[in-house]
Design a binder for this molecule. Structure first.
Ligand code: DP6
Length: 359
């Protein structure tokens, strides 16, 4: 797909009105995206597991209008606080989807994970919205499935970088990398050259701190621009993408654990060594990490942890250890979770179209 190919033809005869709904999942990166250039281009390639149970359900109703208007409802209540981010998204995609200038939109959205659980809803939220918008275009234009998902990923990226990987299951790769054929900085590609064990890998998210993040991801990314370790970090991420490719294919869980934890800790090390520095770990983040390491050491159970830009801990393990993990969480980890909350999730297959109606 060339840059021009992202742009809808002006002559399209688009529906007058209608409603489209998509469920789109969250994702958890194994090799992290941290650092970007304008507009929303990653400093290094990243790869993630697409999740199954944590998703955003978005319904987009639209009717032709002189100029764009947007109303947003979250869990049935009008929420004007999201309008600013959504307007930035619409502005950014106008060049590629000019028709978004001439609709009155009503966005109704819900997350399956608790509101302010500290789980970023931007990946699932923006990918769900991008899929809804592009469905309108698909009604009028010839778009193959491949091109539909590619452009949906491209548009999602303009909302939030990590969102572009949510468009595909079981894994998404975003960012140009010589070892990943077809990879691009503009959009993510699906990745499934993985061992059976990873196809239903478990991710139990231990909710350590459900509060608003003190430092936004956007600011964190920006701080990588003058970061003293940035060049080495980007080089390391590139190498991790190479190592992980083989690990995922072979199903080597011990190597998987080492690489994934190194990535998670490096991400937070970058935050702690930015100028200004900041720390998203909470004491219970560390308590959980140490408990997991002790358990792994003493009983040889291949648990591993990863983190996103927050205090919550993602506990990753093969499906055969599901019961062991639940017992371990209830006995040893729940005390460190805010209100004893955790979310059981696993690798999923990507977004689902729920409704399409045009007039
Ligand atoms: C640590 O995608 O939330 O989760 O592009 O500014 O919206 P923006 O950032 P965002 O950053 C995610 C960072 C991360 C790592 C990752 O998901 O790769």
């Amino acid at each position: 797909m060339r840059q021009d190919d992202y742009t809808a033809q002006v002559a399209l005869v688009l529906p007058e009105s209608g409603t489209v709904a998509w469920d789109s999942p969250s994702n958890i990166a194994l090799v992290k995206y941290w650092g970007k250039k304008p507009v929303q281009l990653p400093a290094n390639a990243s790869i993630s597991f697409t999740l199954k149970n944590c998703y955003t359900a978005t319904k987009l109703s639209f009717s032709k209008a002189e100029k764009r208007s947007v109303k947003v409802f979250v869990n049935g209540k009008e929420q004007s606080s999201f309008l600013k981010k959504i307007e930035i998204f619409f502005k950014r995609i106008e060049d590629y989807c000019p028709y978004v200038k001439n609709y009155a939109f009503k966005i109704e959205t819900e997350n399956t994970f608790p509101h302010s659980s500290g789980i970023a809803s931007s990946a699932s939220g923006f990918s769900a919205l991008a899929l809804c918008v592009l469905s309108i275009e698909r009604k009028a234009a010839e778009l193959s499935d491949d091109d539909f998902y590619k452009k949906a990923s491209f548009l999602s990226r303009l909302g939030s970088g990590s969102a572009c990987r949510s468009v595909y299951g079981p894994m998404g790769v975003w960012g140009e990398h010589a070892n990943y054929e077809g990879s691009s900085n503009d959009f993510a590609i699906a990745y499934d050259d993985i061992h059976e064990v990873f196809k239903n890998y478990q991710d139990t998210i231990l909710l350590v701190d459900k509060g608003e993040k003190k430092v936004s991801s956007t600011l964190g990314h920006d701080l990588m621009n003058d970061h003293p370790f940035a060049v080495n970090r980007f080089e390391e991420a590139r190498n991790h993408m190479i190592d992980l490719q083989k690990i995922l294919k072979d199903g080597n869980i011990l190597d998987f654990n080492r690489l994934v934890e190194k990535e998670a800790l490096t991400l937070h090390a970058m935050m702690m060594t930015s100028d200004p520095y900041f720390m998203l770990f909470k004491p219970n983040t560390l308590n959980i990490i140490h408990k997991v390491w002790e358990k792994r050491e003493s009983e040889g159970i291949p648990f591993t942890i990863t983190l996103d830009a927050g205090a919550n801990v993602h506990l990753l393990y093969p499906a055969e250890y599901k019961q062991v993990a639940l017992d371990f969480i209830k006995n040893d980890l729940i005390a460190y979770c805010q209100n004893e909350q955790y979310i059981c999730d696993e690798v999923g297959n990507g977004p689902l179209l729920k409704m399409e109606h045009y007039a």
